[in-house]
Design a protein around this ligand. Structure first.
Ligand SMILES: [Zn+2]
Ligand SMILES: [Zn+2]
Length: 204
């Protein structure tokens, strides 16, 4: 697994299986937030990296969405330590086997019910900051997809809202609602991050 520091507080962990898969470790005041968990085989490497960073324990996990290449490492990480784990409330039923991402297909159960908590929302439905990250609702690639913005470092952790090619953002593959995803991509214009990190490509 390749570990790269991408900004003052953020490290990416990457493996390559047909395409690259990234997860991100964010240094907080007293510990670490993990953004996405990758595949099961990445769990050990992620936990080792948490230790090597010497920035405190893994405090929480936040998930951009519930596709298996983002949630696949979760159970193995939990096996060594149960940490509070969050996703958008719309996405949680797809993770725990209540709803299927593909119409007419049997839902997949990645976690037992009740173990993933909903990201906090205020009365207007605005997602609340978690650790040093602000989540933004960006549906399209999946119904409850979110991205996480690190304001201090000006880095947008975009999950599968995009992929990238030759230094440019592209629509991510397997995006069932491309029109909605393109609308969601306006978040980049709104936030003007200095760096956008995508799960399956290089940073932009
Ligand atoms: Zn995905
Ligand atoms: Zn993905």
């Amino acid at each position: 697994m390749k570990v790269t520091q991408i900004s003052e507080h953020i490290w990416s962990c990457k493996i390559w299986i047909i395409f690259p898969i990234h997860v991100w470790l964010v240094k907080e005041k007293s510990g670490i937030t993990l953004v996405d968990t990758g595949l099961g085989m990445m769990a050990k490497g992620i936990l080792n990296t948490v230790e090597q960073l010497k920035a405190g324990p893994l405090e929480r996990i936040v998930l951009t969405h519930g596709h298996p290449d983002h949630i696949g490492g979760l159970k193995r990480i939990w096996r060594s330590k149960t940490v509070p784990t969050y996703a958008h409330r719309i996405e949680i039923p797809y993770m725990q086997g209540d709803l299927s991402y593909r119409k007419g297909r049997k839902p997949a159960t990645y976690v037992e019910k009740g173990l993933i908590q909903a990201l906090g929302e205020d009365e207007q439905g605005q997602l609340q900051r978690i650790g040093s990250l602000t989540p933004y609702f960006t549906p399209g690639h999946s119904p409850g997809h979110v991205v996480f913005y690190h304001e201090w470092d000006q880095v947008l952790l975009a999950g599968d809202l995009f992929t990238s090619k030759k230094g440019r953002l592209r629509a991510a593959p397997f995006t069932p609602d491309l029109r909605v995803s393109v609308q969601s991509s306006s978040i980049v214009r709104k936030l003007q991050p200095s760096k956008v990190e995508v799960c399956h490509g290089d940073s932009v």
